[in-house]
Write a protein of this length. Structure first.
Length: 404
């Protein structure tokens, strides 16, 4: 899933929001009680405070905080965060951050073996590229969050030999251990890829779409000139270089065009260099990470939100923008296929030429843009984090009942 959205809190004085949250917590508490669940242990590669945290970490936080609010004892075990405490409390759950980027995998497994299994315990493994292989060391009820298959992503971030090893682990080695595991993913299209590429049984893969925080709403004023916004970590899988080149081609048709790529990451330097090469320094912004309020403002001012990513479990930034009434132009990949209804809440495209043409079409057609904006709002209303947390807990409860 790798998007980099930011949680936006509902208005403190909104009694309806508090009432809905209380009701959702009661439902979760009932599901847990019926299954005998009391303590949930998460194992994850990165914590929400990690500088490289993205959509996967936000998703886990949203689920864990709602489970904790329902009375469950929730603990997270992740790798260390530079210059940050090893333990802390966050929104009702505990976080333990130890070991380096790679040592966290054997470290979490060893701690899991030592901890053993008590009645009422359960485990959630977040499989984000490299698995923790929890079927080998945890015997209690367990589910696996797997947002998408990484596939070609290995070659984008690792040297060839390591990339081949990562791909081999993901596609050939790890699936052998997860045949009987319950996997929870974000979209039907990601489920299809997991079944096809990893060979897991379709009946063992559950879909629980991500939510949209109620803070993402329409409002404010659209930019007086065409504005394209993209949000995400500045990493190869997002292919922001492709987007920048598409925007440069688009500029010839829309001289007043402005754009912003919001987020941070280790590709920032190369993207800044490409922006200079394209002569776009004065109209393409790279503002880095922004506050929640600033992100909402960017979404509301944008004429369209764009994504040129090659791999996503969903496309959470697209749904967030949709909740602000902003349509999307995005690559036709698993995840995006569910987040965006092609022709209704946005347009799905193939290569860079298609991306440029679709953006040109949306920016140049007021009627189309208005229709897609209404469709985006309608699409976003389907998704809440309470529903995500409930479906994931139901999957874990089914495993607990079966184990019992």
């Amino acid at each position: 899933m790798g998007d980099e959205p930011g949680p936006v809190a509902a208005a403190p004085g909104d009694s309806r929001s508090r009432s809905a949250t209380s009701s959702a917590a009661e439902v979760l508490a009932s599901v847990a009680a019926d299954a005998g669940l009391k303590r949930i242990h998460f194992v994850a590669w990165r914590d929400l405070d990690d500088p490289e945290a993205g959509g996967s970490e936000l998703h886990a936080h949203m689920v864990a905080s709602r489970w904790a609010a329902a009375g469950l004892d929730v603990t997270f075990r992740t790798s260390a965060v530079p210059d940050a405490p090893a333990a802390l409390g966050r929104d009702g759950y505990r976080v333990l951050r130890r070991s380096g980027r790679y040592a966290v995998f054997p470290g979490a497994a060893w701690e899991g073996i030592r901890m053993g299994h008590r009645p009422g315990d359960a485990l959630v493994e977040i499989w984000n590229g490299m698995p923790f292989l929890s079927p080998l060391w945890y015997r209690g009820p367990r589910i696996v969050f797997l947002h998408h298959v990484h596939a070609e992503m290995w070659g984008m971030v690792l040297p060839p030999m390591l990339a081949r090893a990562g791909d081999l682990m993901e596609r050939r080695v790890a699936p052998r251990f997860y045949r009987r595991s319950r996997v929870v993913t974000l979209s039907e299209s990601s489920r299809d890829e997991i079944v096809e590429m990893l060979g897991l049984a379709p009946e063992r893969v559950t879909v629980a779409p991500p939510g949209v925080d109620p803070g993402y709403t329409p409002g404010g004023q659209r930019s007086p000139v065409p504005l394209v916004v993209a949000v995400g970590r500045l990493v190869p899988v997002k292919r922001f270089d492709v987007l920048l080149r598409a925007l440069a081609a688009l500029k010839t048709h829309h001289p007043a065009l402005r754009a912003a790529v919001i987020g941070d990451g280790y590709e920032r330097g190369s993207l800044e260099a490409l922006r200079d090469e394209l002569g776009a320094t004065d109209w393409i912004e790279l503002p880095g990470r922004v506050s929640d309020a600033e992100l909402v403002d960017w979404y509301r001012r944008a004429w369209v939100v764009a994504s040129s990513s090659v791999r996503e479990g969903w496309g959470m930034t697209l749904t967030e923008a949709a909740a602000c009434g902003t349509p999307a132009v995005a690559t036709a990949i698993a995840g995006h296929d569910d987040a965006v209804l092609d022709g209704e809440s946005g347009l799905l495209v193939g290569d860079r030429a298609d991306l440029t043409a679709a953006l040109h079409r949306v920016l140049g057609d007021d009627v189309l843009r208005s229709r897609l904006s209404k469709g985006a709002l309608a699409r976003a209303r389907w998704f809440t984090w309470d529903a995500t947390a409930r479906r994931a807990l139901e999957a874990l409860a089914e495993e607990a009942v079966d184990a019992r």
